[in-house]
Ligand binder design. Structure first.
Ligand SMILES: [Mg+2]
Length: 361
């Protein structure tokens, strides 16, 4: 009776499935850092998801160069990019790369100055150039009415606008957009079809966030969320009593990733985000999140089967070994048969777990 009651199979049931599933995940582009994440992912019904670098590529690109009459696209971009070369803003990089891509030679800049949150100013080829938002241009006495009018339409499409003025007069606008990852729309569609509520959580302006959400068919948006508030947003959703997953890539997402029931980091994101999350999507492919959920579900089913196997052996074996059937049919389990049954229970648990290696995702 002692021999058959050895709970080896019961002890193996969960860890062996988790181990095999973790390996299967790695081949499907998903790294599970802890077993809890693997187990909880299937139960998640709300996914909070960062925009920049998670739904989008996170690398803004120059979209359009729109000069006002009297200026050419080339000259407008040459002045803008020359000035931006001295700036460290991510938008500046997109504009400089855009000029490079179009083979535009940049000019030296003097008297460079930047106003945080507004833009930059400087002298290029003897011209006073201002580049930034409407607030910057207005503060230097430039009438931005017409330029802003044109900017608004583009902003509604999710682009970020930079206004340019030369010698105190509007010269045109440059627009920069962060393209949506190719894997995003099909992945979101699959998650929504699977009953997951997807909510965009972003620090970006409401106009940009709503525009991108609209293109992705997302109706729930939490915009203009400051970095220190992302974690609070996770807590608010958790307070509704449902398991919450959070996906993100940035340093600012890390506290929220750690707080969520399941934290999901983009492999293309920052190390801090990856450290804080239980799951990492290699190559930043959201499609692998859909596969991870299928794997999580398959793993939970597999663990339940294992528990039944091991429990079943014990439930049957222990009473027989204890002589329960002896008075009725004269059965008594010999120690040899008991140890074979015990070994067999472990083998069947392992064999069942190994099936996870082949599970289609
Ligand atoms: Mg981000």
């Amino acid at each position: 009776m002692v021999i058959i009651a050895c709970p080896c199979a019961l002890g193996l049931a969960t860890p062996i499935s988790v181990m095999v599933a973790t390996g299967r995940g790695a081949t499907a582009g998903v790294l599970f850092k802890d077993a809890a994440a693997l187990e909880k992912l299937a139960r998640v019904s709300t996914l909070l998801i960062d925009k920049t670098g998670t739904l989008t590529e996170g690398r803004p690109r120059l979209e359009t160069v729109e000069p006002v009459p009297g200026w050419t696209e080339q000259d407008l971009l040459r002045l803008g990019a020359s000035l931006e070369r001295a700036s460290e803003h991510p938008l500046a990089r997109a504009i400089v790369e855009g000029a490079d891509g179009r083979g535009i030679e940049l000019l030296p800049v003097s008297n460079f100055g930047s106003v945080t949150g507004q833009g930059v100013a400087g002298t290029v080829a003897g011209l006073e150039v201002l580049l930034g938002n409407a607030r910057l241009l207005e503060s230097r006495g430039v009438a931005v009415g017409a330029l802003e009018e044109r900017a608004r339409a583009r902003r509604e499409r999710g682009e970020t606008l930079v206004l340019v003025a030369v010698n105190g007069a509007p010269a045109g606008l440059l627009s920069v957009a962060d393209p949506i990852r190719a894997s995003t729309p099909p992945a979101l569609a699959a998650l929504v079809a699977d009953g997951v509520d997807v909510v965009m959580v972003t620090g970006d302006s409401r106009a940009t966030a709503v525009a991108v959400a609209g293109r992705l068919g997302l109706s729930r948006v939490e915009a203009e969320v400051t970095p220190d508030r992302k974690r609070a947003v996770v807590e608010e959703w958790q307070a509704r009593g449902r398991p919450v997953a959070m996906a993100g890539d940035g340093v600012n997402d890390a506290p929220a990733l750690a707080k969520a029931d399941v934290g999901i980091a983009m492999g293309t994101g920052t190390d801090v985000a990856i450290e804080s999350a239980g799951i990492t999507l290699l190559h930043g492919d959201l499609g692998s999140l859909v596969r991870a959920r299928r794997l999580s579900r398959a793993t939970m089913t597999n663990i339940r089967q294992n528990l039944w196997f091991s429990f079943g052996y014990n439930a049957l074996g222990v009473p027989i070994a204890a002589g329960l059937l002896y008075p009725l049919v004269g059965w008594l389990l010999s120690p040899m048969v008991a140890s074979a049954a015990m070994a067999l229970s472990s083998v069947s648990v392992i064999a069942n777990a190994l099936r996870l290696r082949k599970v289609p995702l």
